[in-house]
Design a protein around this ligand. Structure first.
Ligand code: ZN
Ligand code: ZN
Length: 190
């Protein structure tokens, strides 16, 4: 641990995930043995929001959660990731193996958890500097203030104006009204 703040955030992530895991066991009757489950936080993982490892020798599952995902997502979306990894832990504890097959799919659906755990790779929005000579850009997973009102913010590198792209549709905007227009035009595709 080099940074006190990082330690605190990792503690917070594990504490919230543990509480949620207990709720899942109670409410959805997923028979995960919480006593044979360990938690860890990855400070660097970018592609995967979560992972579950199985230590067959000790019969213990370890769920690893990405700090960057916790920072990028609202809690309900992060909680879905926790539930996804809990299904892996349950499969490991019960069957000694885990994947994304039909058994996993059924359980994940019952828990309202996503079937895939690699969604973290795709940002929903890309913020980009409009200055021709500047290649600054940043990815966002939720509609942060700069995403909603890019005209209220400046490029962190050159102080230039910003544009936002909706990654799935390719639509772009530079103002708050442009954001509203793109959202209205896309409707269900948003
Ligand atoms: Zn998975
Ligand atoms: Zn710039």
């Amino acid at each position: 641990m080099t940074d006190g703040e990082e330690y605190t955030l990792a503690d917070e992530i594990v504490a919230r995930a543990r509480i949620h895991a207990r709720e899942v066991v109670d409410e959805y009757e997923l028979a995960v043995d919480l006593g044979a489950l360990e938690w860890d936080v990855s400070p660097r993982a970018r592609r995967r929001a979560g992972a579950c490892r199985w230590h067959a020798d000790r019969e213990v599952a370890t769920i690893v959660l990405a700090r960057k995902a916790y920072e990028a997502y609202e809690w309900p979306a992060f909680a879905e990731i926790v539930r996804h990894e809990l299904v892996h832990a349950w499969e490991f504890q019960r069957f000694g193996e885990s994947g994304h097959g039909s058994r996993f799919r059924e359980r994940a659906a019952a828990l309202e958890a996503p079937r895939h755990c690699d969604a973290f790779a795709e940002p929903r929005y890309v913020l980009r500097c409009l200055t021709h000579s500047c290649d600054w850009q940043a990815e966002r997973h939720r509609a942060s203030k700069p995403v909603k009102s890019p005209d209220q913010y400046r490029c962190g590198a050159c102080n230039g104006a910003l544009e936002v792209e909706h990654a799935v549709s390719g639509r772009t905007w530079t103002t708050a009204s442009g954001y509203g227009g793109a959202k209205a035009a896309l409707g269900d595709e948003w």
